[in-house]
Design a binder for this molecule. Structure first.
Ligand code: GDP
Length: 192
């Protein structure tokens, strides 16, 4: 799959007609600073379409990107941005959960991004349980794999296998974008 076009459409904070469009939505979720923006930009082959968490404005919204004029990439708010209050973090957590439960949305796949250096945290496990409960099709991607030594990588593979039994975890680096085509193929498989 070649990315021919990618365009930011809008950020939403609640119900919106875009949610009910027939086009498939491929949503990315992860803790703040996990490299979610970097990963989306890496997959799209663009440097700066998606702003990172260092620009807080957009990160509090659910951002829709129109890809190849046929489907959406949905960038969910990064959970737990350091510079926001606990109250606001909770609001964002609720927004993420609200989206994941929004029955009318054509959510094709969720990409759960985990920091390969840190491993799955409470929020990641909560997402895993929600995705299972709502029977979403999802893919787990461990980002920042370039930071791992071989020994750490083996340990992390083990930990991921324990936390995500019977599920492939894709180790990726948004920094090098190595295996980008393989990851893109996995994400778009059965979708568009
Ligand atoms: P977001 O908050 O999840 O959108 O994270 P960003 O994309 O803003 O990335 C957070 C930080 O991690 C930035 O300093 C990035 O340069 C860095 N980063 C993102 N992906 C990678 C990666 O694959 N490898 C390494 N080494 N750093 C990364």
């Amino acid at each position: 799959m070649i990315i021919k076009s990618a365009q930011f459409i809008k950020g939403i904070i609640g119900t919106d007609p875009i949610l009910q469009e027939k086009f498939s939505q491929i949503a990315f979720v992860g803790r703040s600073n996990v490299g979610k923006s970097s990963m989306i930009n890496s997959l799209l082959g663009l440097r700066n379409l998606v702003k990172s968490s260092s620009t807080p404005g957009r990160t509090k919204e659910i951002n829709f990107f129109w890809i190849n004029e046929s489907f959406y990439f949905v960038d969910l708010p990064g959970y737990g941005y350091a510079k926001i209050s606990a109250n606001q973090a909770e609001k964002m957590r609720k927004m993420i959960i609200w989206y994941l439960q929004y029955a009318a949305a054509n959510i094709g796949k969720i990409v759960l991004i985990i920091d390969a250096n840190v491993g799955p945290k409470k929020f990641d496990l909560e997402m895993r349980d929600l995705l299972e409960e709502y029977k979403h099709v999802y893919l787990v991607v461990a980002n920042k794999a370039d930071k791992l030594t071989q020994k750490d990588a083996a340990r992390m593979s083990q930990e991921m296998a324990e936390k995500f039994p019977n599920r492939e975890v894709f180790f990726y680096s948004s920094k090098t974008s190595r295996k980008k085509d393989e990851l893109l193929k996995k994400i778009l498989e059965d979708q568009v």
